[in-house]
Design a binder for this molecule. Structure first.
Ligand SMILES: *[C@@H]1O[C@H](CO)[C@@H](O)[C@H](O)[C@H]1NC(C)=O
Ligand SMILES: *[C@@H]1O[C@H](CO)[C@@H](O)[C@H](O)[C@H]1NC(C)=O
Ligand SMILES: *[C@@H]1O[C@H](CO)[C@@H](O)[C@H](O)[C@H]1NC(C)=O
Ligand SMILES: *[C@@H]1O[C@H](CO)[C@@H](O)[C@H](O)[C@H]1NC(C)=O
Length: 333
């Protein structure tokens, strides 16, 4: 039996009564998968495209025979027909009844995640399997952003438009007005473990205004999210430079930039957030928006910048922009 889930398709080698393969994906510990008694049983999840898998968690059955999971192998790879040819990420020695154990896969790449038990006269029962992938792109892209105040046309969205604003910052960077304790926030929509945040400072003037900005990550909206834990405090970023701050998997749905103090502006030319999370349908659709037209426009932008004397600059894109944004950049030339 095979079922379409919001984030993948599950199948297993055999089906025992109504213990369907998708029962491992339903976020309920009480419904589980089950194969028949057989040799080398397997359960397989198709992620629908290749991902870098950071870890897999397995919840064992609570009611009986928890030892049946002993010796299971978790594999990540691209071979759909012969799951045993995919590399092993981890072996399960034992999981107590009803417990959830986490197995690190260190970014192994593949489209299929399988759990198999080698040997004769085996059953596989899985009550929950959760696959955490490292997202290739900027988690802030397309999300809802807001800031404490807006200076002129420098809207909060312009910090996540893929345009670093080196040519026309007023239409491609965000900025608050001058104020006490300015902040900018992105709602990532789901909880992620954030590995790093990249901030691009303005090129045209006053790079020191970013000094002292705090990167805060968490799930609270108390004080507009500015009370969440601090990942890093920005000491300074040179004009036009993108600096990376590592956040070591801090969990949160909200990422804030916050400058404590009086008479401050918070100006951001690009904000990128990278991390690990569970695949959602929205992501599958979203990452398909890449197209070669946008990449050609980026190379044109880079040539235009070199012509204006920015010869030692490297443009790095986690993901190409959407069509309308690149159109704007192309016209700016
Ligand atoms: C699910 O796996 C079974 C057993 O290998 C196979 O016969 C069946 O075709 C698979 N279903 C799908 C939709 O792949
Ligand atoms: C699966 O395919 C991807 C993309 O082609 C590749 O990068 C990755 O190494 C493959 N995984 C394995 C285990 O071969
Ligand atoms: C999957 O493995 C089988 C058997 O090892 C092999 O014949 C087949 O070519 C592999 N398929 C892919 C897509 O690698
Ligand atoms: C499932 O089990 C895990 C681990 O014991 C527990 O943390 C979680 O709350 C349980 N979920 C439900 C819906 O019971």
């Amino acid at each position: 039996e095979s079922f379409q889930q919001t984030w993948g398709t599950a199948n297993q080698s055999t089906l025992y009564y109504t213990w369907y393969a998708q029962n491992a994906l339903d976020r309920l510990n009480s419904t589980c998968t089950h194969t028949d008694l057989q040799s080398d049983p397997w359960w397989k999840l198709d992620l629908l495209k290749t991902y870098s898998v950071n870890r897999v968690t397995i919840t064992n059955r609570p009611d009986c025979c928890e030892y049946r999971i002993n010796g299971a192998e978790i594999r990540i790879g691209n071979n759909s027909s012969d799951v045993f040819s995919n590399p092993v990420c981890a072996e399960v020695s034992t999981i107590p009844a009803g417990a959830t154990y986490s197995y690190s896969c260190r970014g192994m790449e593949g489209r299929y995640v399988t759990v198999n038990i080698p040997g004769t006269s085996k059953y596989i029962t899985l009550c929950e399997v959760v696959v955490y992938v490292i997202f290739p792109g900027n988690l802030a892209t397309g999300r809802t952003v807001t800031q404490s105040s807006t200076y002129g046309l420098w809207s909060a969205e312009q910090a996540i438009d893929f345009n670093p604003g080196f040519i026309q910052p007023s239409s491609s960077c965000s900025s608050t007005d001058i104020q006490t304790n300015p902040w900018w926030r992105v709602d990532l929509r789901y909880i992620y473990r954030v590995s790093r945040v990249v901030i691009t400072n303005r090129l045209d003037c006053c790079p020191e205004r970013i000094n002292g900005a705090e990167i805060r990550i968490g799930n609270s909206l108390e004080n507009n999210g500015n009370n969440n834990p601090i990942c890093a405090v920005i000491s300074s970023i040179p004009a036009g430079v993108s600096s990376t701050y590592t956040c070591n998997g801090m969990e949160g749905q909200y990422m804030n930039l916050f400058i404590p103090g009086d008479s401050k502006y918070l100006t951001l030319c690009e904000v990128e957030v990278y991390g690990e999370g569970v695949i959602k349908q929205a992501d599958l659709v979203f990452w398909e928006t890449i197209n070669s037209f946008t990449i050609i426009c980026l190379f044109q932008l880079q040539s235009a910048l070199v012509e204006r004397g920015f010869s030692d600059m490297t443009l790095q894109w986690s993901q190409p922009p959407e069509k309308d944004v690149t159109g704007k950049e192309a016209r700016a030339q």
